[in-house]
Design a protein around this ligand. Structure first.
Ligand code: ADP
Ligand code: MG
Length: 591
């Protein structure tokens, strides 16, 4: 979809929403209000579940916490609903932070299961607290007041609800296009990549979780002061599942899906509520059944939801375009160590996997401005050694120092922050992100705008710097013309080169490259070797694993040869080539 098309679509939607009350009856406006409130919750779910990959069956509980918090403060203590909003978001945000810290480290299916548990527990709590009216709930909640206007009337609150929806949508859209958004979009597919660029996947997920809960909190606050009466039932597991269903119905991968899903589902619900009692007396149970059928049908046939359908019929989804890299001051550079200074020292490093000793007492060192090659047959332990150096795996024994600092036992994130950047043998790109976004991830530590500044667009200057840096690195690796294509569209070999670009965006002291030339054609290999030589001239130190002997022998200053986890020997390419032990090792590995 082109930019102009997007703008037209946005302008059209805003106009339609503004004019809708004039066309609708009272019932329609009331329904539109409910849709708007659900959209807020579903926006959070699209971010958390659709983009971030963490499924929550507990969003309705956050809606409930906020609704009860504001209702309690305004009815029992007579405070203004606006103070109620502050209180509701604070309490809900605090609850989300606590729950998130307790559960977000859970892996696999345990996280969604835990959301069911706390979702149920919180909903149950509402029905059992005296001050919250137990199962009768709280009544006579004051209506919202906006200056001289009372928003008692459904048509009046409609504009407040949909203005908030518009602002929330804008915030989420900005957020996804920001530095924090790149980290959020990288959450799916494991935390190793994020750690390698110095980002903490757990913290990203935690702030995302709190953001989604805050969106639910605003929804709960609106709900309480619109209905002016609350009871525990709309905040239970069933409601949470309905929110999830709305997200899936609209298309969980698109923010716009959060606008479509609630409308579709609430309209369907109303239709069923009208039609089912005519068919049978047990209408409510039939409704549950019908929803179940819709759920299964969606998962079977249309996982992309309504937005998937729209996307297929209107052309492919626009990739998020980063800020224009106009003339900005470049990102600050690191001071590189003087040529010849020791950059890396590896001493007696060991890695055991159960009984298998994958790395067995390896020692060597690398000086600034050197290219050192690490070679050896398959399974020799080269990638494992790289994982130890970069902190991706913990050492079993031995010591590693980097620029004079002991880094054994430090996290991958900390080691990245000291100036070690890497690529992976099994590429860890985000295929659904553009090339420029993938490379920009590498500059994560050279910038600092968080979610709030990203969502409020207060990050433009920094984003322009990041975009300029990412483009510069893309030019260096010869992929600048494809900057806005999706990384997944590149051939595997080129994806490895893109990983080199991402590592370069970190402005590294030491580049650690695991088979970057695998799968490249001859000319591409030559270009890569050229680039690595140029980097050496600029003072970057490089440690590289490569199987192509011709490539590696011409490139490196020194070689370390590994076999069966241990260092076999170390020397210049000529010396290594002449050594009979090396030939034995390779021939032995073929047999
Ligand atoms: P290379 O990169 O030299 O081909 P690797 O470092 O990938 O070798 O593997 C060295 C040895 O360690 C192999 O025998 C491999 O099966 C084993 N290995 C690597 N990673 C793990 C792991 N996470 N768990 C168990 N064994 C592993
Ligand atoms: Mg390997």
């Amino acid at each position: 979809m082109s930019r102009r098309f997007n703008h037209t679509l946005v302008a059209g939607s805003v106009l339609a929403i503004a004019l809708l009350p004039a066309a609708l009856g009272d019932f329609g406006v009331a329904l539109a209000n409910d849709v708007g409130i659900s959209v807020l919750v579903v926006l959070g779910l699209v971010l958390l579940t659709g983009v971030g990959g963490a499924t929550s069956f507990g969003q309705a509980a956050f809606v409930g916490i906020a609704a009860y918090a504001s209702a309690w403060l305004t009815t029992v203590h007579g405070a203004s609903p606006w103070l109620g909003l502050l209180f509701a978001t604070t309490v809900t945000g605090g609850a989300a932070l606590a729950i998130g810290m307790l559960t977000l480290r859970l892996g696999g299916h345990y996280l969604p299961l835990s959301t069911i548990a706390w979702g149920l527990a919180i909903a149950m709590l509402f029905g059992n607290i005296e001050a919250l009216g137990r199962h009768t709930g709280l009544a006579n909640i004051p209506a919202l007041q906006l200056g001289p206007w009372s928003l008692l009337d459904a048509r009046a609150i409609y504009y407040l609800i949909w203005t908030i929806v518009g602002l929330a949508f804008l915030f989420c859209h900005n957020l996804l296009g920001s530095r924090a958004g790149r980290a959020i979009r990288s959450l799916r597919g494991g935390s190793t990549l994020l750690a390698s660029v110095g980002a903490d996947a757990y913290r990203v997920r935690l702030s995302l979780f709190v953001t989604a809960a805050l969106l639910a909190a605003v929804a709960g606050w609106l709900y309480a002061h619109k209905n002016r009466y609350i009871s525990p039932s709309p905040f239970g597991l069933r409601a949470s599942i309905e929110y999830l269903l709305m997200a899936i119905c609209g298309g969980v991968g698109h923010l716009a899906g959060a606008l479509l899903g609630p409308g579709l589902l609430l309209a369907l619900k109303n239709l069923l509520q009208d039609a089912l009692p005519m068919l049978s007396k047990s209408g409510e149970r039939l409704e549950t059944l019908a929803f179940g059928v819709v759920f299964i049908a969606l998962l079977q046939r249309a996982r992309g939801g309504a937005m998937g359908f729209v996307g297929r019929h209107l052309g492919r989804q626009a990739t998020l375009t980063p800020a224009k890299p106009t003339t900005v001051s470049p990102l600050p550079r690191r001071r590189l160590p003087p040529p010849g200074a020791e950059v890396l020292r590896v001493q007696g490093v060991v890695k055991r996997f159960g009984g298998l000793v994958a790395v067995d007492g390896v020692s060597f060192s690398v000086a600034a401005g050197e290219i050192v090659g690490l070679i050896g047959p398959n399974g020799a332990g080269k990638s494992t050694l790289f994982n130890l150096l970069t902190g991706t795996l913990p050492l079993s024994a031995g010591a590693v120092s980097f620029c004079g600092r002991d880094i054994g036992g430090l996290s991958a994130r900390t080691i990245a922050s000291l100036g070690m950047a890497r690529s992976f043998q099994h590429v860890k790109l985000r295929p659904n992100m553009s090339l420029i976004d993938n490379v920009a991830l590498g500059a994560h530590l050279r910038s600092g705008c968080g979610m709030l500044r990203g969502g409020l667009r207060l990050d433009r200057r920094e984003e322009r710097q990041i975009a300029a840096e990412a483009l510069r690195q893309l030019e260096r690796i010869g992929l600048a013309e494809r900057a806005f294509e999706l990384a997944g569209s590149l051939p595997l070999g080129t994806q490895r080169v893109l990983e080199v670009g991402r590592a370069l965006a970190a402005d590294p002291v030491l580049l650690v490259l695991d088979e970057p030339a695998a799968g490249l054609r001859k000319l591409e290999k030559r270009a890569l070797a050229e680039l690595l030589r140029r980097l050496r001239e600029e003072g970057v130190t490089i440690l590289i694993v490569e199987h192509d002997m011709d490539f590696v022998m011409k490139l490196v200053d020194r070689l370390v040869v590994m076999n069966f986890g241990a260092k076999l020997l170390e020397g210049t390419p000529a010396a290594v080539r002449a050594d009979p032990r090396v030939q034995d090792a390779y021939l032995g590995s073929v047999a």
